[in-house]
Design a protein around this ligand. Sequence first.
Ligand SMILES: Nc1ncnc2c1ncn2[C@@H]1O[C@H](COP(=O)(O)OP(=O)(O)OP(=O)(O)O)[C@@H](O)[C@H]1O
Length: 248
Amino acid sequence: MSLLHIHGLTVTFGDFTALDHIDLTLTEGELRFLIGPNGAGKTTLIDAITGRTRPTSGTITFNNQTLNGKAEHRIVRAGIGRTFQTSVVFDELTVADNVDLAASHRLHPWQLLRRRRTLPPALTHILDRVGLTAHTHTKAATLSHGQRQWLEIAMLLAQQPRLLLLDEPVAGMNTQERTRTGDLLTEIATDHTIIVIEHDMDFLRRYARQVTVLHEGRILTHGDVHTVQNDPRVQEVYLGHTPQKATP
Ligand SMILES: Nc1ncnc2c1ncn2[C@@H]1O[C@H](COP(=O)(O)OP(=O)(O)OP(=O)(O)O)[C@@H](O)[C@H]1O
């Protein structure tokens, strides 16, 4: 079943066309990687889906609702959550408080007034899922880079999204953290739909299933990792030339 359907999406900034008639359909449970060289339009696409940037034309439909013109917070409520390239974690709060705060937009005001002494089971489960249970009462400021990224994912999950949009989740991570993140995304995709923007090709080869390639605001190609990697147009966009076949 299609969860997200984008048709003819165009975004212009003045005379500049950042997205040019994008068509994209995502089915429930997909783990889709979105790649493309700098300036291809990846962030603009995520911004348009989440209501941060207004489309110039085209339609975005999520779970049979049209998102065009909806405010960002209403799109979050509709079930779409995103991470940003810059952190949204509150350093002075504990891991538990950050997750609790992220979940609070779904709470009734009287629930907020009665501040909770212990995390509700759903949030404890989320911390367990991202591997931060041992750090429940740790101040976010003291977390490692990887743990901080996982906290951001936990904060997203606390908002109960059906679709997660992750912007370069393994940027700056070491090998171990990348592996942990890849496994985590694979596990989260068992009951969520995910779009990941990622530049890291090793990570892509290991964890991507379907890949969409953007270039100069258009979809260059789409397919499984092997097909996309061997597409000469993709190699040209990334390398600036089509690699020559080795002579026998
Ligand atoms: N608010 C804006 N005003 C004018 N131009 C913009 C604006 N936002 C993005 N652009 C331009 O749109 C193009 C696409 O930008 P975008 O950030 O979506 O690319 P990207 O694929 O995410 O690149 P990167 O990998 O470098 O983050 C770029 O040329 C960028 O300069």
